[in-house]
Design a protein. Structure first.
Ligand code: UPG
Ligand code: 3PG
Length: 328
């Protein structure tokens, strides 16, 4: 196993600088007759979304025709996120209004699933909209292996992860859920994937032909589910990872990350259930007690924190109408 992982790590790990020649990427895209979509999930990201859009649009769409489409998939933001994106000239969707006949769930995964429906590209890339140090490499880095190597179906970004402590930024220490939840579980149950440096990274992409066959978790379990499902369906050699150098984002408070971990654990359990044909998730408690400490007193606040899965897009008739190629 260790040899297999080392081999994959050596062969399928790249650096974004290897793909910095944008003209070459455009030529590869045109030669293969591919189209590329970038979808940006956002929930109340007015501080960063404008910079993210203008940076990638200018470098990868206006200056060279690498991206055919950039869309914002908003989760009903209550700040100026949608207004900023509209002013920058990109189509804006509210995920709750897309495929409304299927209902609207809360969460980032729901936004990604619905973005697969609205976008047109043969390749789709997602990047988070809370990136503070945005650079075009966050997108072209992901595209590099997909354009160069036909066997690659799915590409994850990785990076060094500083963390903010008050006003200070520390060079390392970010990625708390990654290190304390995701990577230990991957090592335990999916050791083949143990060489993936940032399994939860929000910067990734893949081929529509692969993604449309995979279920999507609706919440923060989406990255975990996709990574495991790409591995189970297409094998380790279909996955690549790319060094995007460093990523600074808005660090969520510990309680929000505890909730995120709870969702990610449910995603792991769901995938293990499918592998071992064991029903576990129905049996387990899906509420969390959050601990409050105010004026010297502790109290408990209970909340449902439930991860749910959407079926592969290919099973949605409206998707097939919009993307008839998926039928073949
Ligand atoms: O309901 C939501 C929640 C979040 N987001 C957006 O999703 C991105 C990532 O969300 P964030 O809350 O910043 O997640 P992180 O704390 O950064 O969590 C990491 O781990 C998550 C779980 O794998 C991934 O989804 C993230 O991309 C990854 O950066 C941001 O652009 C958000 O605006 C939505 O679009 N809808
Ligand atoms: O990827 C993660 O582990 C979460 O986004 C938390 O990241 P942070 O610890 O850098 O805030």
């Amino acid at each position: 196993m260790s040899v297999l992982v080392d081999k994959w790590f050596a062969e399928n790990t790249f650096h974004a600088d290897e793909f910095a020649n944008l003209k070459e990427l455009v030529a590869l895209k045109e030669k293969q007759n591919l189209t590329i979509s970038l979808a940006l999930p956002a929930l109340n990201e007015e501080e960063t979304v404008g910079q993210v859009i203008s940076c990638v649009k200018s470098a990868l769409m206006d200056q060279v025709p690498l991206l055919d489409e950039i869309i914002l998939m908003d989760s009903n933001s209550t700040d100026r996120t949608r207004e900023i994106a509209t002013d920058l000239g990109i189509p804006v969707y509210i995920h709750q209004e897309v495929l409304p006949q299927y209902g609207a769930r809360r969460g980032k995964g729901e936004a990604l699933w619905k973005s697969l429906y609205v976008t047109k590209g043969d390749i789709i890339v997602w990047i988070d909209t809370d990136i503070v140090n945005i650079h075009p490499r966050f997108v072209y880095g992901i595209l590099g292996p997909l354009l160069h190597f036909p066997q690659i179906q799915f590409v994850k970004g990785f990076y060094r992860r500083p963390i903010r402590e008050g006003e200070k930024i520390q060079a390392t220490g970010g990625g708390r859920v990654t290190e304390l939840t995701a990577r230990p579980l991957i090592n335990m149950f999916y050791p083949e994937l143990s060489g993936v440096i940032q399994p939860l990274s929000g910067e990734y992409g893949g081929r529509r032909r692969a993604l449309e066959h995979l279920p999507f978790f609706s919440g923060y379990g989406v990255e975990t589910g996709l990574l495991i499902d790409v591995f189970e369906n297409f094998g380790l050699s279909a996955i690549a990872q790319v060094d995007l150098q460093e990523r600074i984002h808005h660090n969520q408070p510990l309680e929000a990350l505890s909730r995120m971990s709870f969702l990610i654990l449910q995603a792991f359990i769901r995938k293990l259930e499918q592998r071992y044909h064991l029903p576990i998730l129905e049996e387990v408690n899906k509420s969390m007690k959050f601990i409050r400490y105010e004026e010297g007193r502790y109290s408990l606040m209970v909340q449902e924190v439930v991860e749910q899965e959407r079926p592969p897009m290919i099973e949605i008739p409206e998707y097939l109408e919009r993307h008839p190629d998926g039928r073949s």
